[in-house]
Design a protein around this ligand. Structure first.
Ligand SMILES: [Zn+2]
Length: 111
């Protein structure tokens, strides 16, 4: 049977998120009851595994993971469109920038 590695990408991400939270809150991390995490689709992470990994690190904390869909903006005509419509559905340009979807971080924490 196939076995999963102990340290997944999501577990490493969860540790980075926790380090960020500690950097922001210091000792008050112990009082946190809930956190909200934003994960952009561009990171190709499994949001359920991010939630599980973060819950393992913060067992008493209500962890909510929001997935942010990728949104492109055309550099030529300014149209905004989802990732599956790339290139630009309006003018066909491949010159696009990402408007949303590369988020990765804790957006809220509450005690
Ligand atoms: Zn366009």
């Amino acid at each position: 049977m196939h076995t999963e590695p102990d340290v997944s990408v999501e577990a490493e991400v969860a540790m980075q998120l926790l380090e960020g939270l500690r950097a922001q809150l210091g000792g008050r991390v112990a009082q946190v009851k809930g956190v909200e995490v934003e994960v952009g689709e561009a990171h190709s992470l499994d949001p359920a595994r991010v939630q599980v990994a973060l819950t393992l690190l913060l067992p008493e904390v209500d962890v909510r993971v929001n997935v942010v869909a990728v949104l492109w903006k055309c550099s030529d005509c300014g149209a905004e469109f989802p990732a599956d419509e790339h290139p630009c559905p309006v003018c066909g340009s491949v010159r696009v920038t990402m408007v949303r979807g590369d988020e990765l971080g804790i957006t809220r924490a509450w005690a």
